[in-house]
Design a protein around this ligand. Structure first.
Ligand code: G4P
Length: 533
């Protein structure tokens, strides 16, 4: 076998054992708790040296999460990598605050699968719907984990119905819970037809040694209250008769979502979920191209795209990092690549993986992996790097901002760092930065999806650039981009702005105003997204 064939075999093997995924959830549904539990299964926390003793596990493991909470955004890792049963899992860290944030949505694009965590008592919540839509539009398959089964829950069949009605996706339970709330004590696995019960232990729960032969196993009679068992058996019968079996193709096509039930905080049902997940979640074989095809990760030489840019990862390092998702081929440190946007060659000499405050040099990476590159301003969100021809990957979505403000520096002495701060933070893509002759009286105009993004921006300018800033909300609520040839047609007095990439956009007070403008100026095309070529 030739050397290149051996190389391809290794890439194929490594690609197939990878699973790159993100967890989506409405705040408080249990995303952080589930993340912690998954990491513990993978041993990642111990590996990173973050946990020394069991008793301080909580404090230590949530070190990076604490900071995330404190700042309201994800500030450290872009992805956590851990191994489990000979698989390499890349868990993308999606910032989890209440506001609609473009940053969160873009991170999802780097995932091959999403795990949607629902609170069993609350069902499908607003933030879940928004995140779900992004995954669906992108064709990312979604696995559902119904959490907090130990608390009062909705009725299980109603919850499945809600998923179908609100999200428009067929919910296929992979397991079925035995009891809910305080009676929740295990699950029936529809695949192997076995029942998995859980024992409560002082340090959390564990899978019980008990293995049943099936739902009719008489050993179950002594283990559960009569009515719990009766109801469970009836429900399983209904599920098996009325709900189709899981189909991998339909899952990959986002037509169905497999549903698991458990309790993250009690570690009920997590391992079973993870074992199923490895079987059904697609390896990174399907990255979409602009023309609708898929990129072959094994035969295509190295390529990847920047989905996140982060300034000041670590105050001590004061550097900017661009996070790249490997889409094809093998990454090796020191690789010379073509930079699609700049049209020039760059050498990838500083590549890192992050775990909280720790960073490790990455010497090699495979499709699905996330690497951090030191970014002296070379990389922007959406940039594609490749050793061969730069592939035409499906572009990242851009969301039109819905809230706008002017920014001004309160201290003249801090003006220089203020300018540097807005430039670097805007580079992260956490909000849009506009300049304008007409809007904002010459001050920089920022646009976002929600007010919290402004607050985060202000705090970061203060903390990281020592630039105290005033934010004045502007009355606009709608924005749209323009084609270059239409700019001269825009009437004087319109709220014309230019984004950081030099593209023109218009701001309106309301949808009504936008409609009125369009009626008066039918020849001007108003675009929901900027053209990305
Ligand atoms: P999030 O990242 O999605 O916002 O949720 P997070 O994991 O922080 O969980 C929110 C709260 O729900 C936490 O409680 C957490 O302990 C609790 N929780 C998570 N999973 C379960 C579960 O399966 N059952 C029950 N009963 N609770 C669960 P908290 O009081 O806000 O914080 P903490 O002091 O417990 O950490």
């Amino acid at each position: 076998m030739s050397e290149s064939a051996i190389g391809q075999n290794i890439i194929e093997e490594e690609t197939k054992r990878r699973r790159t995924f993100a967890i989506i959830a409405h705040p408080d549904a249990g995303k952080t708790t589930l993340t912690e539990k998954l990491l513990l299964y993978g041993g990642a926390i111990q590996l990173a040296g973050a946990v020394k003793a069991r008793k301080n596990r909580k404090a230590a493991t949530s070190d990076w999460m604490e900071m995330e909470k404190e700042k309201g955004i994800s500030i450290t890792s872009a992805a956590l990598q851990f191994e489990y049963k000979n698989h390499v899992l890349n868990l993308l860290d999606t910032p989890g605050h209440e506001d609609f944030s473009e940053d969160t949505y873009r991170t999802l694009i780097a995932a091959d699968t999403a795990v949607m965590v629902l609170d069993a008592g609350r069902g499908v919540e607003p933030q879940t719907i928004k995140l779900f839509k992004v995954c669906r539009d992108r064709g990312i398959p979604i696995v559902t984990f119904v959490n907090k089964m130990d608390r009062p829950t909705k009725k299980m069949f109603e919850l499945l119905d809600e998923i179908e009605k609100v999200l428009g996706i067929t919910a296929i339970p992979m397991v079925w819970p035995i009891g809910t709330g305080v009676d929740f004590s295990g699950v029936y696995n529809r695949v192997d037809k076995k029942i998995y019960t859980y024992d409560k232990t002082p340090g959390g729960s564990q899978k019980s040694a008990f293995q049943s032969s099936g739902i009719e196993d008489t050993n179950l009679d002594s283990m559960f209250e009569d009515w719990v068992l009766k109801q469970f058996r009836e429900e399983v019968e209904l599920v098996e008769e009325g709900i189709a079996a899981f189909s991998l193709d339909e899952f990959i096509d986002s037509k169905i979502t497999p549903v698991f039930f458990g309790s993250a905080v009690n570690n009920f049902g997590i391992q079973l979920f993870l074992d199923h997940f490895l079987q059904i979640a697609p390896p990174p074989l399907y990255f979409p191209l602009k023309n609708g095809d898929r990129l072959d990760p094994i035969t295509t030489p190295f390529s990847g795209f920047v989905f996140k840019v982060q300034a000041n990862m670590n105050k001590a390092h004061r550097d900017r990092i661009a996070f790249l998702r490997v889409c094809s081929g093998k990454f090796e440190r020191g690789l010379n690549v073509n930079h699609g946007r700049l049209g020039k060659a760059v050498k990838l000499s500083s590549s890192f993986a992050f775990f909280g405050q720790d960073r490790n040099t990455v010497d090699e990476a495979y499709p699905g992996d996330i690497i951090g590159l030191v970014n002296p301003g070379t990389y922007s969100i959406g940039d594609i790097l490749a050793t061969g021809k730069v592939p035409d990957l499906k572009p990242l979505p851009v969301f039109a901002p819905e809230i706008f403000a002017t920014l001004s520096c309160v201290e003249t002495g801090a003006l220089k760092s203020f300018r540097k701060g807005i430039e670097q933070l805007a580079e992260e893509g956490i909000l849009h930065l506009f300049t304008s002759q007409t809007v904002g009286g010459g001050l920089p105009v920022i646009g976002a999806m929600g007010q919290l993004q402004f607050e985060v921006f202000r705090r970061r300018l203060q903390d990281e650039y020592s630039a105290p800033t005033n934010i004045n909300i502007l009355p606009y609520q709608v924005s749209c981009w323009l084609l270059e040839e239409d700019i001269p047609k825009v009437p004087v007095g319109s709220n014309l702005v230019t984004d950081s990439l030099g593209r023109a956009a218009l701001l309106f007070d309301s949808e009504w105003e936008k409609g009125y403008f369009q009626k008066k100026n039918p020849e001007i095309r108003l675009l929901d997204y900027p053209t990305q070529d």
